[in-house]
Design a protein around this ligand. Structure first.
Ligand code: SAH
Length: 249
């Protein structure tokens, strides 16, 4: 079981597989006012940077589950490196339907809400692992500006304009689902650059090392087209944010 290999190539050197910088991840941890010993569950935990740094900086404990073997291995190494391997564990597997017996103070899914079939399904899934009064954390794209045409949405690698909402509309949806939005941290164009542009140097070096690989042609094509596509579309139109939610009562 694994994700498509192309992602394990293009994001092999990413610690954060989202348009967040280490600073924004730390800002998010501080914004949540995490207390020592808080249990964090992370579905689609990638290379584990959120859990590992929050374990180091705020003393959280918890677990992450991710379908990429490479990213999961990297997360375990990172936990060792930061001296938090006794606080956080990483499981390689499919997080769809994953419910934890040990209820979490923070249940998160950042940039992988297809795991629950979309935002509302993922919130429902995370809620099943949450202790009363806990925080659900959702990382999700939104439109910074509405694409004028469906072609522009496709340029952002969205299926269609209707895949995402404008920020106020996304926040309204959280309310309609019965949640208060209690915090948010948003990506910006510079943090998007760190996510997207970092792939290009990774691809270039991978191509030099693997010229005869079966994916070399695809990676070559992406390296050629991605900088312009990104600058024309994603960088202008797509936002991304992490949203902290608490059940309304
Ligand atoms: N939250 C992480 C990773 C986001 S990228 C971060 O912010 O860095 C999306 C992640 O979801 C990838 O690591 C991918 O391997 C993982 N993923 C995709 N489908 C999955 C599934 N069904 N179950 C668990 N993880 C999945």
């Amino acid at each position: 079981m694994d994700i498509p290999r192309i992602f394990n190539i293009t994001e092999s050197t990413h610690r954060i597989h989202n348009p967040f910088t280490p600073e924004k991840l730390a800002t998010l941890g501080a914004a949540l006012r995490l207390e020592k010993g808080t249990r964090v569950l992370d579905l689609g935990s990638g290379s584990g940077e959120m859990l590992c740094t929050w374990a180091r900086d705020y003393g959280v404990i918890g677990a992450g589950i991710d379908m990429s073997q490479l990213f999961t291995d990297q997360a375990r190494l990172r936990a060792e490196e930061l001296g938090v391997a006794d606080q956080v564990k990483f499981i390689h597997g499919d997080a769809a339907g994953c419910v934890s017996n040990e209820k979490a103070g923070v249940a998160a899914c950042l940039g992988a809400t297809w795991i629950g079939g979309g935002v509302s399904g993922t919130i429902e899934l995370l809620a099943q692992s949450l202790r009363p009064g806990g925080i659900i954390l959702i990382g999700e794209p939104y439109w910074r500006q509405l694409p004028p045409t469906e072609d522009v949405a496709k340029g952002c690698l969205a299926g269609s304009i209707s895949d995402f909402l404008l920020l106020p509309e996304l926040l309204r949806v959280f309310g309609h689902l019965g949640y208060d939005v209690v915090e948010l941290v948003l990506a910006d164009q510079d943090s998007w650059d760190r996510y997207e542009a970092a792939k290009w140097l990774t691809m270039r070096r991978w191509l030099e090392a693997n010229p005869d690989d079966e994916l070399a042609k695809e990676v070559r094509a992406q390296l050629t087209s991605e900088p312009v596509r990104y600058a024309a579309y994603t960088r202008e139109y797509l936002g991304w944010g992490a949203f902290a939610l608490m059940l309304q009562w």
